[in-house]
Design a protein around this ligand. Structure first.
Ligand code: PGA
Length: 254
């Protein structure tokens, strides 16, 4: 199975814009058959239920962009895994670089979110990747290694298969600067090796690894298909249904 995950971030500012998005999305996707490809859209929380009822199931799967690790209680402003699950969403993005950068999230907090989400039956989409400074300092391997080690620490093996990893070099998110095909392949090999060492070859083989960061029609071949990734996490291009669905078609046809 391949994955095309759209991260709508903090966009779509009104019910009018939301309805317009639904209309365009349905118009573009109707009649298209995707082979072996799961398409996931992650809207802002306020639209989660509308996305589930308008596009969920029939056209795509729906996910959240963030989650808190507790089930319920006095945590003002937070949203729990069962809340997301019970609305009919199936995925949740965890550890996105924007959460790490602007909201102080760490490998340890991602770990709590991953465990709580997987326990609630959600599929966490866990983002790892190095910043420009870390890359310049030759620290990519160490950083990604730690993100996986600490992020997946003590995740019960029954839940591990629910987790989808994304290699998302932070310097490529929102910048239109992208790695080469070889660099993505190297990251894939590195992540696989970490997983093999930790969980064994058979298990590591089953874990999906996506690429994220400035994915567009013109570079999806070299960022995803050539390096053998299992799909993509798409930011800006998911805001235009036509572009997003085209990416899903390219993935599904290969
Ligand atoms: P981008 O965002 O495609 O706009 O670079 C990717 C992401 O943040 O997931």
């Amino acid at each position: 199975m391949k994955y095309v995950v759209g991260n709508l971030k903090m966009n779509i500012l009104s019910p009018l814009e939301r309805d317009c998005y639904f209309k365009l999305f349905k118009k573009e996707i109707v009649g298209i058959k995707f082979k072996n490809t799961e398409i996931v859209l992650c809207p802002p929380f306020v639209y989660l239920e509308d996305f589930v009822s308008n596009l969920g199931g029939k056209y795509v799967r729906i996910g959240a962009q963030n989650v808190f690790e507790e089930r319920s209680g006095s945590y003002t402003g937070e949203i729990s895994p069962p809340m997301i699950k019970n609305l009919g969403a199936e995925y949740v993005i965890v550890g996105h670089s924007e959460r790490r950068r602007y909201f102080g999230e760490t490998n340890a907090s991602a770990n709590l979110k991953l465990k709580a989400s997987a326990k609630a039956g959600l599929h966490p989409v866990y983002c790892v990747g190095e910043t420009q400074e870390e890359r310049d300092a030759g620290l990519t391997q160490n950083v990604v290694n730690l993100q996986i080690e600490e992020g997946l620490s003590d995740v019960p093996s029954a839940y591990l298969e629910n987790i989808i990893l994304v290699y998302e070099p932070v310097w490529s998110v929102g910048t239109d600067v992208v790695p080469t095909s070889d660099e993505v392949m190297e990251a894939r090999i590195l992540i696989k090796k970490i997983l093999v060492d930790k969980y064994g070859a058979k298990f590591a083989e089953r874990i999906k690894i996506l690429y994220g960061g400035s994915v567009k029609e013109k570079n999806i071949e070299r960022l995803c298909l050539e390096p053998g990734m299992d799909g993509v996490l798409v930011g800006r291009e998911s805001l235009t249904p036509y572009e997003f669905i085209k990416l899903a078609q390219i993935i599904s046809e290969k």
